[in-house]
Structure formats: structure tokens, C-alpha cells
Design a protein around this ligand. Structure first.
Ligand code: EPU
Length: 417
């Protein structure tokens, strides 16, 4: 199972290359199912979620090779349109295979993902969009049975909320639908733009992904290509929290700071000095972290929900109170109980968490409740007096490549067994 041991108190200092974005690599890997040839994807992080996506691709008949951070997928022969429950369960986001699989084979059968650590994770918006494009979808015994009725046909799609995954599914399917699709209220995350760029390079006709109204003119086929995944803004935000919480200084390389503007704003308010460059970000923590009034998560370009847990942990030793409002997921505060084990003072009521800064935190035995909550416990442990033991670290392995080695290189007293 693995355990991370951290003895807190060391100031982190040094530089780090940010990895490729998990949440870009996953939909791009799914989209390769549509390409009847070889696709080379660079900058794919080495994570268990990426392994889960590779397992699904192989199950579908793709030949997948991995060389370091480069993944080559040959989707010439797709032999399967059913994804068994065991593969679907390996990661929640396996639902992003739905659009590509239907568009390629006309059929898809997979289990409905249900809930997860962040609360209910409905897929109604994905389903409605695909139905709109001409897919017949029925559900029996937890299995989604999807069949293209005649042909995928371009349509106007209106999303009630800008769901990232539903935008990806609709966008992927629309690239090869007959005619024009317009997706209103589409998600605008940088990972959506990366997917759109990938699909465009493959021959898709897409505009408007930056403004949330995506127009897609369907094409007959997509072609082989080579693509480099953008860097991971959430991984970057996590290391910013680690450095800030320890009074340290960090230079993050290979990250576009434009993706991090709302995060930078909060860290500036907390007293961190930040200098950004074209492809990097330098952060120096103040002697005393300041509280930040309010941090409200929202769809991009709002403050990212995935950066909230580590930012909250960074503020545990601030000089006052900070109010967090979680507007994306219903049940994101499970990790707060773990942070309290370090002596943190946090109160939670519905979607609001209030952090009252404490002078000291103390090493504790904790567990990861989910990926970003797990990272938050690492931030707290780094800034605590004494030794902490973090369990259930398989959650962390879903989204952070070499977290322990990277923190050790920055000066942390951290190990993994
Ligand atoms: N929603 C619905 N119906 C749907 C789809 C979504 O009601 O059919 C709701 C969700 O319940 C949630 C909101 O819409 O309240 C936003 O969910 P979204 O669909 O945007 O999330 P997602 O696509 O499932 C991606 C990331 C998450 C990230 C969210 C929000 C991937 C693989 N996952 O999830 O990443 O938190 O967007 O930005 O891209 C993580 O990396 O730790 C992670 C959880």
C-alpha cells in the first residue's frame, strides 16, 4: 500500500520541472481511438491514472508503447467496444472514452461511473450531449448501452454547467459528426484548449474553445500526428503550496503562468513574492503567511477546485482567518478531518470551510482521502513540528509523479516505503 513519512520544518528551496498535465493527457489518449493510425504524445506524466487509460486503450485493441514520457498509440484496429467494470473503476475519468469509442465504432458499452471521493459524479450532461448528436443511450443494470442511431449529426448543445469531461466527450464526438456542432457554455480550462489543439492538428475543424462557445465542423477522418501535452497547473500549484507553507523559495520551470493567474493572486495576497516568466514561475514565501479573506473555487478562469485543498493547507499557519467556498464539488472537504490531526483549526459548514491560522502544527498519522486532499496532508506535514505518517498514498500516485523525490530534492525530510 505504501506510506510517506515526513519530518517537518525544513524550508524548501530549489527548482523543479513541472510534468505534463494528467487532465490533458487523459482526454487526448481517449481521442486517439478516433485516429486510424499512429499518434505520438509527448510529455505524458507517469501516473496510475495514465496507466489505467493505457489499459483501456489496449483492451480496445490499440497497440500502445511507452518510452519515458512519450506514449505512442496505434489505433488502426479497434476490436472491442465494451469496457468492463474492472477497467472503468481504475479511474473515474474513464467516462471520457465514451465519445471517442462511439464515434469510432458506432457502439459503446461501459459501466456507469457512479460516485467517488468528491461526492456524486453524475454523467447526465455527457449523456444529453451525446444523445443530441444522435446516440441512442439506455442504461440497464449499471451498464450504459450506447449505439449511434444512423450517423452522428452536428447539433447545438447547451450545457447547464461547463463540465470539463462532458465538453471533452462532446468535442471529440463532434469532430467526426456530419455537419456543424456548436457547444454553448463549454468548459474553458487550458486542458480543453490542449485537446482542441490536438484534434485540430489531426485535421479537425474547431474554433472558439477559449471563449466557451465551441464550433466544430465535422470532418470524415482524423490523421496521425505528434503532440506535446501542456504542463500541469495543479501540480505547479501544489509545489507553490509546499514552498510557501515552509517559508521557502521555489523556481518552477516548464509551466505557463497564465494558467495559474487566480492561484498567483491568492498566493500574492498571502504575502508570497512571485515573478513569472514565459515558461516559469519563481515564488518566495514571507516569514509569516497572511490570511486571504476569501478563496472561491469556480470554473476556469476561476480558482481551480483542484488547487483548493493544498492552498488551504498552505494557510493553516497564517496570521488570521480565510474563508474557502467550494462551488464545484459537493463533498470536497473530507480531507479537512485529516488536517485537523495536525492540530489545524478549520470549521466546515456545507460548501464553506473557514481556516483559522495556528502558530504551530504537529506531526500526525493521517491518510489520503482523495488525490488533492492527500497532497494537502503532505503540505501540512512539511510545515509541522515532528514526524508525520501518511497512508493510502495510492491516491497521490494518481496525480503526482515522483512527489517524494521532488520534495526531497527541494530539501524536505521525506521518504516512502
Ligand atoms: N456534473 C454534472 N453532470 C455531469 C458532469 C458534471 O452535474 O454530467 C457536475 C459535477 O458533479 C461537478 C461539476 O459538474 O459538480 C463539474 O464537473 P466536471 O464534469 O467539470 O468534472 P470532471 O470532468 O469530472 C475534471 C477533472 C477534475 C476536476 C474537474 C473540475 C479530469 C480527468 N478531471 O473532472 O480533476 O476537479 O474537472 O475542474 O479532467 C483531479 O485532477 O484531482 C480532478 C478531480
Amino acid at each position: 500500500m505504501g506510506i510517506i513519512t515526513v519530518t517537518g520544518g525544513n524550508k524548501l528551496s530549489g527548482e523543479l520541472n513541472v510534468h505534463g498535465a494528467k487532465n490533458s493527457a487523459l482526454p487526448i489518449l481517449a481521442a486517439t481511438v478516433l485516429i486510424k493510425g499512429e499518434t505520438v504524445i509527448h510529455n505524458c506524466p507517469k501516473l496510475s491514472d495514465i496507466n489505467a487509460a493505457i489499459n483501456i486503450l489496449r483492451h480496445l485493441g490499440c497497440i500502445v508503447k511507452r518510452d519515458g514520457h512519450t506514449i505512442t498509440v496505434n489505433s488502426k484496429n479497434i476490436t472491442e467496444s465494451f469496457i468492463p467494470d474492472s477497467l472503468m473503476r481504475e479511474m473515474r475519468s474513464s467516462i471520457i472514452f465514451l465519445g471517442a469509442l462511439i464515434a469510432r465504432t458506432g457502439n459503446a458499452k461501459l459501466s456507469s461511473p457512479g460516485g467517488c471521493e468528491l461526492g456524486p459524479r453524475p454523467i447526465d450532461i455527457h449523456i444529453a450531449a451525446l444523445k443530441n448528436l444522435g446516440v441512442d443511450i439506455t442504461e440497464e443494470g449499471g451498464l450504459l448501452n450506447c449505439k449511434v442511431k444512423n450517423k452522428l449529426k452536428g447539433k447545438i448543445i447547451n450545457f447547464p454547467v461547463p463540465s470539463v469531461g462532458a465538453t471533452e466527450n462532446a468535442l471529440i464526438a463532434a469532430t467526426v459528426a456530419e455537419g456543424k456542432t456548436v457547444i454553448h457554455n463549454a468548459a474553458r480550462e487550458p486542458e480543453i484548449s490542449d485537446l482542441a489543439n490536438f484534434l485540430r492538428m489531426a485535421g479537425a475543424k474547431i474554433t472558439g474553445e477559449n471563449i466557451g462557445i465551441i464550433e466544430v465542423e465535422g470532418v470524415k477522418r482524423l490523421n496521425s500526428l505528434e503532440h506535446r501535452v501542456i504542463s500541469d497547473r495543479i501540480e505547479a500549484a501544489t509545489y507553490m503550496s509546499c514552498a510557501a507553507a515552509t517559508g521557502g523559495e521555489i523556481y518552477l520551470k516548464k509551466i505557463n503562468p497564465d494558467f495559474l493567474l487566480p492561484v498567483i493572486e491568492v498566493f500574492n495576497k498571502s504575502g508570497c513574492e512571485i515573478v513569472t516568466g514565459v515558461n516559469g514561475l519563481w515564488l518566495k514565501a514571507p516569514k509569516q503567511i497572511k490570511s486571504v479573506e476569501t478563496v472561491k473555487t469556480y470554473y476556469y478562469p476561476g480558482f481551480p477546485t483542484d488547487a483548493a485543498p493544498t492552498t488551504l493547507a498552505m494557510l493553516l499557519k497564517s496570521n488570521g482567518a480565510t474563508v474557502f467556498v467550494e462551488n464545484i464539488f459537493q463533498n470536497r472537504y473530507k480531507y479537512v478531518d485529516e488536517l485537523k490531526r495536525f492540530g489545524a483549526n478549520i470549521s466546515v459548514e456545507g460548501k464553506v470551510a473557514i481556516v483559522f491560522g495556528k502558530e504551530k502544527l504537529y506531526g500526525a498519522k493521517v491518510e489520503c482521502t482523495d488525490l488533492r486532499g492527500g497532497a494537502a496532508t503532505v503540505v501540512a506535514a512539511l510545515s509541522s513540528v515532528g514526524t508525520s505518517f501518511i497512508n493510502k498514498i495510492y491516491h497521490i500516485d494518481r496525480g503526482y509523479e515522483n512527489l517524494v523525490e521532488n520534495l526531497k530534492n527541494l530539501g524536505a525530510d521525506i521518504s516512502r516505503k
